[in-house]
Design a protein. Structure first.
Length: 300
């Protein structure tokens, strides 16, 4: 069931997306399987592993539970840090590559988002499935030419900027937690996240967020798809992007989250109006948005 308030919000988003005036913030949840009974399918062998499952696999291979029997094996940042100290960074990177590269395919949700008019996309995903979906030749895909900027943890070079105004056929994709093909860029361990937060205080042109995005964050709405704001690191990033910017200068931000945490909902919406939550899963929201914009059903 789609609530009237959600439907109104989706209509607002659809209007902006149609005009290429919405920033897409893409998270790992776009790789989750469809719910039972869905008309869409996404075979397990094509999907990326869920965060907890991947964390458990790293814990098993590194002997994490033997060393820390009372710690949760679902804490990916901590488990990854232990794995790195025991087996090395190169081994950790190879585990990630094996998990997100080989035999994996973009979901119908990812392919649909790639077809829509998002000139500006920012993601914390390491994989390249969204970029692959953008490049997919017509008529199966939109045949776009993404311009990709990947996080540099050292900050010794200016952040890669878009040469001009972002366009629908050449969207600007910023990978702020790195890319699987650039192992040195990936943000996965506790130490990586600390370094990332420190880098967020760097001045332009070395700040991890390109100036193009900093400019449009105050001029266009942002749509979070595939995230839960229960994620502390995501909330920290969100707050950092808004640091010292008057709320009156920030357009609406939407987060697609079927079960938003009651406390986060109270603080981030009821009290501070940071985010408008749309209580749907991505397999309901994206087909609805796609239908509103194109007048067609989302391809399977």
């Amino acid at each position: 069931m789609v609530l009237p308030a959600d439907q109104a919000a989706i209509a607002e988003i659809a209007s902006k997306v149609s005009k290429g005036e919405c920033i897409l913030f893409l998270g790992a949840g776009v790789h989750y399987p469809p719910p039972e009974g869905s008309i869409y399918s996404y075979p397990e062998e094509q999907r990326l592993p869920l965060g907890r499952a991947f964390s458990q696999a790293l814990a098993d291979k590194s002997g994490f539970s033997e060393q820390f029997p009372k710690d949760s094996t679902g804490n990916l940042q901590r488990v990854a840090l232990y794995y790195e100290t025991k087996l090395g960074r190169n081994s950790l990177v190879n585990e990630i590559k094996n998990a997100v590269m080989y035999g994996k395919k973009a979901s119908p949700v990812v392919r649909a988002l790639a077809r829509l008019n998002f000139p500006l996309v920012i993601t914390t995903n390491y994989d390249q499935l969204f970029e692959d979906a953008l490049r997919m030749p017509k008529p199966l895909g939109p045949e776009k030419r993404p311009f990709v900027s990947v996080y540099n943890k050292d900050g010794n070079e200016p952040t890669k900027e878009y040469p001009g105004d972002p366009a629908a056929d050449q969207p600007f994709v910023v990978k702020i937690h790195g890319d699987v093909q650039s192992p040195e860029s990936m943000v996965i361990t506790d130490e990586d996240y600390i370094q990332f937060v420190l880098r967020m205080s760097d001045k332009i042109p070395y700040n991890p967020i390109p100036l193009t995005f900093s400019y449009f964050f105050t001029r266009r709405p942002t749509l979070f798809v595939g995230y839960s704001l229960m994620d502390y690191n995501l909330r920290l990033l969100f707050k950092t992007l808004r640091w010292k910017i008057d709320p009156s200068n920030i357009p609406d931000t939407y987060s697609v989250d079927l079960y938003p945490d009651p406390l986060i909902l109270d603080v981030w919406y009821n009290q501070r109006r940071y985010v408008r939550f749309i209580a749907q899963d991505v397999w309901t929201f994206v087909p609805n948005l796609y239908r509103m914009i194109t007048g067609e059903e989302m391809p399977q």
